[in-house]
Design a protein around this ligand. Structure first.
Ligand code: COA
Length: 154
């Protein structure tokens, strides 16, 4: 299956797959603040968009993966890892010197995946989710409070 996946740039003229973006970021309002300033890539399988990631330039030589998500039915099959590797390769080809990604203190699988792929924790944005999201969020039975920032040199 993974051999049949095509990862390609996505143009904002197409219908935006918010259902995927919302898996990674529960606020459409926040998603809309970065989407049109970003480069978006999608994973396509049998003409269906099953994955997405969003690259956002934070400095001239630094880019952030603002959003990465795989459709629920396709999670746990190695596609997230594939997208992450595609994102770091794309960022490097575009000349960025580092790539960063943020995830929650409660996002155990994401912290595992990102560190295993070579990202290193650089910063904790204390109470980020308490300050920026109106509703209390719980994940893996843990309250979602802090943003953990991870970075990879390219
Ligand atoms: N707990 C622990 N490890 C897990 C896990 C879990 N719940 N789910 C996956 N993993 C591991 C896999 O075993 C694999 O490890 P390996 O490389 O040692 O085999 C690794 O994580 C990558 O798994 P993969 O199948 O590539 O992940 P995925 O396709 O499910 O994509 C996400 C990962 C996070 C992008 C995807 O699950 C997703 O879209 N989640 C919802 C949105 C989200 O949280 N986005 C990130 C916001 S920061």
């Amino acid at each position: 299956m993974i051999a049949n996946i095509i990862i390609k740039p996505f143009s904002l003229n197409q219908k935006i797959p918010y259902h995927l973006l919302l898996l990674a970021d529960p606020s459409k309002e926040i998603i809309d603040t970065y989407l049109n300033k970003s480069e978006i890539y999608v994973a396509i399988l049998n003409k269906e968009v099953i994955g997405i990631y969003v690259l956002y330039e934070t400095q001239f030589d630094k880019v952030e993966i603002k959003n990465i998500a795989i459709a629920e039915d396709y999670q746990g099959k190695g596609i997230g890892k594939l997208m992450l590797q595609h994102a770091t390769k794309t960022a490097k080809e575009k000349g960025y010197k580092s790539i960063i990604i943020g995830t929650a203190n409660s996002s155990i699988a994401q912290l595992y995946l990102y560190q295993k792929q070579g990202f290193d924790i650089t910063e904790i944005k204390k109470d980020f989710f308490l300050k920026n999201y109106p509703e209390p969020l719980i994940e893996n039975g843990i309250q979602v409070k802090h943003m953990v920032m991870l970075k990879m040199e390219l």
